[in-house]
Design a protein around this ligand. Structure first.
Ligand code: TYD
Length: 246
């Protein structure tokens, strides 16, 4: 949670998962639902989300001839992340918005760490250097078997990571995500990505709702500011529209 002088700022939600878990679709669906409930939302993605980030994305995902080594990958993902945090995520949280980010730091731990064998502690230090103490308030891990996810990927979505790495790599990535979730059960929610798109959407919304409701209650009891100082402490009509969807 992002506190500013004791008052809540926005809410930072990340979506993570192995290949083909449908995160991007879910990010859009969730944003539409939250916006309809009166909560201002911003959807962004990694790598990307800024002009610099999109340029780095081209290098990382679509220029296989450059052959970055795993340490270079880690540095480039974090360069894009630093820019995204400073240019997009922090300002949106300061405005009090819900930020939905399609992949974030856990992807580097899963792919470059568990997948490619870079030391986790070094990757964690790098992330601290890149984004300081910015951490997701909640991370939805959309989990599914590696074979199912890779099968779902369309030919036009194939990046260097699907092209150049074997199924074993993706198994380590998936297991890595599950290990990260087990080590931080308060931050992670695991959603079964084998379900239909509608069912995954519902599972994400149901898991998120108590956090938003908790945010509303905490805000109500601790906020020094006006009652509508944060979108998570929405005005009454917005609160009821969020709740009406139950
Ligand atoms: P993308 O096409 O956005 O895939 P997806 O829809 O699965 O998110 O490509 C992102 C790729 O980059 C994906 O294979 C995961 C990889 N990646 C890393 O290896 N490390 C990272 O830190 C991030 C953010 C992504």
């Amino acid at each position: 949670m992002h506190l500013d002088g004791g008052r809540r700022r926005g809410f930072f939600l990340t979506l993570e998962g192995p290949e083909g878990s449908g995160k991007s679709t879910q990010a859009q669906r969730l944003a539409a639902r939250l916006t309809a409930s009166g909560l201002p939302c911003l959807v962004t993605r990694e790598p990307g989300g800024t002009a610099l980030g999109e340029a780095v994305r081209q290098i990382l995902l679509h220029a296989p001839d450059l052959s970055p080594v795993p340490a270079a990958d880690a540095l480039l993902f974090n360069a894009a992340r630093a820019q995204l945090a400073a240019e997009v995520i922090e300002p949106a949280l300061e405005r009090g918005e819900v930020v939905i980010c399609d992949r974030f730091g856990d992807s580097t731990l899963a792919y470059q760490g568990f997948g490619a064998g870079q030391p986790l502690e070094a990757l964690r230090s790098l992330a601290r250097f890149a984004v300081g103490d910015l951490r997701p308030d909640l991370t939805m891990l959309i989990d599914l078997p590696v074979e199912d996810g890779l099968r779902r990927k369309q030919a036009d979505e194939i990046t260097r990571f699907e092209e150049r790495t074997d199924v074993e790599f993706h198994r380590r990535v998936r297991d890595g995500f599950l290990a990260l979730a087990a080590s931080e059960p308060d931050r992670f929610v695991i959603v079964d990505g084998r379900q239909s798109v509608d069912a995954v959407e519902e599972a994400i919304f149901e898991a998120l709702r108590p956090r938003l409701d908790a945010g509303l209650q905490v805000s109500a009891s601790t906020s020094a500011g006006p009652p509508d100082a944060s979108p998570l402490h929405s005005s009454e009509p917005e609160r009821s529209s969020l709740r009406m969807e139950r």
